[in-house]
Ligand binder design. Sequence first.
Ligand SMILES: NC(=O)c1ccc[n+]([C@@H]2O[C@H](COP(=O)([O-])OP(=O)(O)OC[C@H]3O[C@@H](n4cnc5c(N)ncnc54)[C@H](O)[C@@H]3O)[C@@H](O)[C@H]2O)c1
Length: 258
Amino acid sequence: MTDLTQRLAGRIALVTGGAGGQGAAHTERLAREGARVYCADVNATAGRETEERLRGLGLDVRFLVLDVSSLANWEEVAARIDAAEGRLDILVNNAGILADVHDAVNTTEAAWQRTIDINQKSIFLSYRTMIPLLRKSAHASVVNTSSIFGLVGASGYISYMASKGAVTLMTKSGAVTYAPEGIRVNSIHPGYIDTQMMRDEFAGLGEGVEEAVLATIPMGRFAGPEEIAPTVAFLASDDASYISGAEVLIDGALLAGR
Ligand SMILES: NC(=O)c1ccc[n+]([C@@H]2O[C@H](COP(=O)([O-])OP(=O)(O)OC[C@H]3O[C@@H](n4cnc5c(N)ncnc54)[C@H](O)[C@@H]3O)[C@@H](O)[C@H]2O)c1
């Protein structure tokens, strides 16, 4: 019987966008369950602060600089982890941006492209550079962060939805392609999670939006990042050994109906 509190003991994990928000929560949770976690982010200052805070708790967390839209950066991170560990067991593709809330008429080509590069192309680059390392693991699991907006539409948000919809199907592509090699790939679909991203979104949309969104959530509240991390740890663990290609909603019943 696995000790549930240490079910990831000995595992090597990489969490992108790990400096803050949900990524920092995932980093902490995986490390608390026994993994050595490479926490990677484009924001080096925040990343090093998170590394220091979590190492202060006795957790095995190592920060690496990574812009997930850069192939050269991914290759560098893969080389570092390969040299140090010789394999990767858990990949959490969490990094993402919500910088463009417009519809197609009002957005710009540059804003569209930036969202696609960071949210969508990053999944392709991660597979390209990390699958060779995951192949060396006996417990390989990939968790991709999509969104409720990778499953249903909303007014505006054309680039974000395009990118998160792609994450949903790139997950299934990965699941089917790499299943014969023992690599599982799943997607999580958070609803409204109280992070800097959600705060910036509401601030940009104006007064009353937060209350209006809250009124649509059957559970009547937003989630904290620490409510998403346990699902990531579960999917990363052998407890999810027959789960691959799944979409896991974590949304307070938002998409369940009304
Ligand atoms: N907050 C929500 O309500 C919500 C809902 C559904 C899905 N999501 C998704 O969850 C994920 C995490 O979001 P969050 O809420 O923690 O947001 P956040 O803005 O708090 O954190 C995002 C992290 O990603 C990093 N990042 C941004 N661009 C990067 C890049 N190019 N390379 C590497 N790191 C980069 C940031 O520095 C930051 O540390 C994202 O993919 C987001 O789209 C968020």
